[in-house]
Design a binder for this molecule. Sequence first.
Ligand code: NDP
Length: 787
Amino acid sequence: MTLIESFEKLDYSDALESSKEAQSWLDSHGRRFGQFINGKFENKSDADLIASLNPSNGDLLANIEVANPNQLKKAITAARKALPAWQAMGGHGRAKVLYALARLLQKHTRLVSVLETLDNGKPIRESRDIDIPLAIRHFYHHAGWAQIQEREFSEYKAIGVVAQIVPWNFPLLMLSWKIAPAIAMGNTLVFKPAEQTPITAMFFAHLCEQAGVPDGVINIVNGAGATGAALAAHEGIDKVAFTGSTSVGRAIRKATAGQSKKLTLELGGKSAFVVFEDADLDAAVEGLVDSIWFNQGEVCCAGSRLLVQAQIADKLHTKLKKRMQTLRQGTPLNKSVDIGSLVSQTQYQRVDELVQNGLEHGGELYQASATQIDGNYYPPTLITEIDSSHPLAQEEIFGPVLVSMPFRTQSEAVTLANNSRYGLAASIWSENINRAMDVAPKIKAGVVWINCHNQFDASCGFGGVRESGFGREGGKEGLYEYLQPKLLKKAAKPKPLKVELKDGNENIDRTLKFYIGGKQVRPDSGHSFATYNADGSLANWVGAGNRKDIRNAVSAATKASNWSNQNGHLRAQIIYFFAENLALREDEWIKRLKEICGLTRKQAKKEFHASLSRIFSYAAWADKYDGAVHDAPYRGVTMALPEAIGVLAQIAPEENPLITTVSLIAPAIAMGNRIVLIASERYASIALELVQTLETSDIPAGVVNILTGNKADLAKQLAGHAEVDGIWCWAKPEIVAQVESTSAADLKRLWVHIDGDRDWLDSQQGEGLEFLRNATEVKNIWTPYGD
Ligand code: NDP
């Protein structure tokens, strides 16, 4: 045989990673794990058990005890008790603990990687080279944030006790994404791993003992969905951080409605992988391997929708099929395997069923090898000849299944990429950076990769929009999810109207109209209600808005989308002009505030000038609240860009009507949102009195829309409206609960408060970065460079 012939016949031999150490670690714990509560392991002989299996061969790894309700309560109580001492340790004290966790994980990299692969079925190459190093990096990076917390977040404090629930696809990596930022900022927590993959969390619990994590700071409970549900809904929890399916995210949103809990949801996706005709096709093919066949496609941000420019579609498909034939699938512990086993037989069947059912609607299937249910090996799969309405193009499959669709033009590519109820991530493949940078902001997603896919780092925020959830993990934005503003003074309650109300009016009757689409319009219902001055005399009549008015206002705000594309300088000029026009009416406003709110002249003047100053502040911020460039460890730049949320509904507080109204409108429009504001009920006329000033301030039609009426009804309509992207709400607890529960349908981004939570006249509380952060969502754009 010639050298060339033997070279051509070369095959891979097995390069198995030894599982000996991992197996003996499991043996040393009797292959049974209970709960980690208050720094101690707790076993119960009568506990219900879940078998944790190696999905590639069905071997039992360990039996896992399901936490009972008393244990859950005990874990939450331990976390609560541990809070004061943990916070008293200060940033440096916590940094040392996080650093110790990072070091310990690093010392056990090989063992943890093998445990992860045994439990999840992912190739050892990925757990060893990607999952575990990224998890370690997360602890190092957040040790740093703990160290500088007091300086960087001086106006914020920890939220309290956090419930953290994760899925099975990146068990230890998800654990690090959750635990590192939470404890760095001084929270304590109860963590629940997925029932399929709890082993590395149990290993981590042992490291907590060695790292000097104080008792009760980190508690880990095991169980299935019911345990997660009980944990999330428990009254002892201040915040829930969840990663998993959209349906469970929705259930958690509903279950926690009205509980005043902060919530972050990192949910599913159907991310677009957009290849333009000028892309480097070989690089794009490798990108697809990393995008949809990484971790068997069990990745929330997998590029599962290939959108390819029509003229190169055949060429790309041919290259891709050729590459698919060379992908090696098999025993996950084999170091030369590309694709391992799906996490369970249930997941295998789910993927297979979705594909088979989907193909009934058409589509051409290409698989490089046969499916093998023994070992749950689902082969890399490509489906072509489908359109964007096809179920396989819309449903998250969560397996190694890629669907491909052609597009003709750049704008069609954007439309197709956005034709999804999800909005987690996307990648753009083009050698023309101008084109890529033009397309990136147009894609509705929390992360956009340019000429790469599935890049992650602790310094860069990750998270979605739409039904992919809200909130960010990683980066500075991820830390704010575990913080709340310090020192909130309560607002002064509005004075009750004690006097007898008089509906008669000797002046000319005034009925204030709504402001919708840049016009003053009458309410659709034909109903109005009276608003009163502080002395009980009639102030004005205002309209009682209904569902139709909400529809009209949202439609006007939707149409005004160009506002979101304007630059900050232009928005600033318009907001300054608004302040200038308001200043012209000082005497009139002081009179109004005295009459309607019963303020003294001095108080009215104070509120008026504070309102002017507030508008000025946001005009100032409009072109200054910009993003960051993150120093992620790769050859490239990651830009974190704050983007407008879109159509923002605002339910205004009941107190200080002038300053509260401008405090809501100004930051929202400064950041490029279009708003539908529901005015305070008691002071409904004040918001409508602002209309004349708004009308003359060059604010484009539809950017600001103002309605009055029954707050509870209108808030419910807005929470249920599919074109509303986010809601700010200050209202009674029952309205807040309604908004939280109704908005679960499409997982709107919420910022909700019980009325009276802050002193609006205080510039520390009534304006600033907290408002700007809630008016935006950060998009991280990854751009590698170099040839
Ligand atoms: P789930 O959303 O069902 O589970 C995620 C976590 O939540 C698990 O720890 C689970 O517990 C727990 N859980 C389940 N029900 C509830 C509940 N009602 N309240 C609180 N917690 C709950 O995801 P799965 O793991 O079952 O995966 C199903 C599908 O979800 C996948 O096929 C995929 O489409 C999607 N998914 C998305 C992920 C993402 O990162 N975006 C990650 C994983 C899955 P337990 O597993 O122990 O039952």
